[in-house]
Write a protein that binds this ligand. Structure first.
Ligand SMILES: Cc1cc2nc3c(=O)[nH]c(=O)nc-3n(C[C@H](O)[C@H](O)[C@H](O)COP(=O)(O)OP(=O)(O)OC[C@H]3O[C@@H](n4cnc5c(N)ncnc54)[C@H](O)[C@@H]3O)c2cc1C
Length: 414
């Protein structure tokens, strides 16, 4: 019995979710970045368009970037009419993806509660609720008492630094296990024939007569007519290889996880004024994040006392029951933030060079659905209507989107 168990364990241990391949001299498309967006595009290129001679090039390991570091929140109550349809489709895709990829993505649609702490913030929030309702997305404004019914541990008294004056409740939102999504998409893409090359760095992109002809990596040169930049925090660096300057600031975002606690938080709770959000994982841990740090850095191996202090104070203020809770892990990731806090999904003046980046702190929830539409674009060379508002050209045309502060409501002084 025991031997059988050990053998089964060894067999499972040795089974890889995706295979290793030698780097080919040419591919029909090369995707830079083995995060959710790159893997999503690779998966749907194979599934929907029969494009399987595709390489995903990843300089570290699959999920090394934001895709393996996020706090796994999903929702679709964005602020603007351009963003809501994409996020809404993305939210509805999770159950389908879970079945199709045959992987437990641990979808938990516990709902999101966004708190506000001033009348002006409440007025702005009501506009967001109205936009969501107009677009057919479930979202409602709640009084402090109604918020407390959802989260009984919430302090709705005047004691708080920023007393709660209401909240936006979005029942279809929740959490999905982020690393499971990465592994499932990688396995799905691999099964369809995509080559995933880890520990391979793209160092240059070749362009001739205004067309992409290949990429240069530290393992060799690849000929290809299509390149997709899905390099997250490194997307500006990749774009600068073809002399395209992206309006992206790369800022670090920290998150942390507590010791397991008895279940008490059934919803994803966030507050822009406190710059803090939290959810309770199925293991009982409090998973919590904040706003990006204001200093640009590419260092993800750091944590700051400033963040720990801020986060502790914010959580204890809103939910005093958390006083004394011990935090077990803390980490950081890069966010590629655009000025209007909306992503860039775009082609360019260079034929064959595409971008899917600028996802800041909101790109997990939209990874697979964006992959599906980017794959359609790459395969047909025709931009799907839903992606048209996200072109890089909007910055040239002064046509920025109104997504700023979709979760984190901005206080008048920032
Ligand atoms: C702490 C934190 C919390 C977050 N919480 C949420 C959340 O709750 N909900 C949500 O929706 N979003 C959240 N996000 C944002 C989300 O994680 C990202 O927007 C998303 O993961 C971006 O995915 P991506 O595939 O575009 O990029 P990434 O996952 O960053 O992947 C890019 C990959 O490109 C690789 N790469 C870079 N340069 C090269 C090169 N030269 N050659 C080859 N490969 C290269 C990198 O190694 C990396 O693996 C959070 C982010 C952080 C950091």
């Amino acid at each position: 019995m025991f031997r059988e168990f050990v053998n089964k364990f060894r067999r499972n241990r040795d089974r890889r979710l995706w295979r290793k391949h030698p780097l080919q001299k040419s591919y029909d498309a090369v995707i830079i970045g083995g995060g959710l967006h790159g893997l999503g595009a690779a998966y749907y290129l194979g599934r929907d368009h029969g494009m399987t001679n595709v390489a995903v090039i990843e300089r570290r390991y699959v999920g090394y970037g934001g895709s393996g570091r996020n706090t796994s929140i999903v929702r679709s109550n964005q602020r603007s009419k351009e963003n809501i349809p994409l996020y809404d489709e993305g939210l509805k895709l999770w159950p389908e993806l879970m079945r199709e990829l045959d992987f437990n993505l641990m979808c938990f649609n516990c709902g999101n509660l966004n708190l506000v702490h001033a009348e002006a913030e409440a007025a702005a929030l009501k506009m967001t609720v109205a936009t969501a309702q107009f677009m057919g997305v479930k979202s409602e404004f709640l009084t402090p008492e109604e918020c407390k019914k959802l989260v009984p541990q919430l302090d709705i008294s005047d004691r708080l630094r920023f007393p709660i004056v209401g909240g936006m409740y979005h029942p279809p939102g929740g959490t999905v296990r982020h690393d499971a999504v990465v592994w499932a998409l990688a396995r799905g893409a691999d099964k369809l024939g995509t080559h995933i090359h880890q520990l391979t760095e793209v160092q240059g992109i070749d362009v001739e007569d205004g067309k992409v002809t290949g990429v240069r990596t530290d393992k060799g040169i690849i000929r290809t007519p299509i390149v997709l930049n899905a390099a997250g925090g490194y997307s500006p660096t990749i774009s600068s290889m073809v002399c395209i300057q992206l309006p992206i600031s790369v800022l670090p975002l920290q998150a942390m996880v507590s010791e397991p606690l008895k279940p008490f938080l059934d919803h994803v709770l966030s507050s822009g004024r406190y710059h803090a959000y939290a959810s309770q994982s199925l293991k009982g841990e409090i998973v919590t994040g904040s706003h990006m740090d204001p200093w640009p850095t590419y260092n993800t191996a750091y944590t700051s006392a400033r963040y720990l202090k801020h986060q502790g104070e914010a959580l204890i203020d809103m939910m005093p029951c958390l006083r004394g809770t011990r935090f077990m892990r803390i980490w950081a990731g890069l966010t590629d933030m655009t000025p209007d806090m909306a992503p860039i999904m775009s082609d360019s003046h260079i034929e064959g060079y595409y971008m899917d980046c600028g996802w800041g702190y909101f790109g997990f929830k939209s990874g697979p659905i964006t992959g599906r539409y980017m794959a359609e674009w790459l395969a047909s060379r025709k931009c799907p209507d839903i992606l048209k508002p996200f072109s890089l050209r909007r910055y040239r045309d002064y046509n920025l989107q109104r997504e700023t502060g979709a979760t984190m409501y901005y206080t008048p002084w920032n």
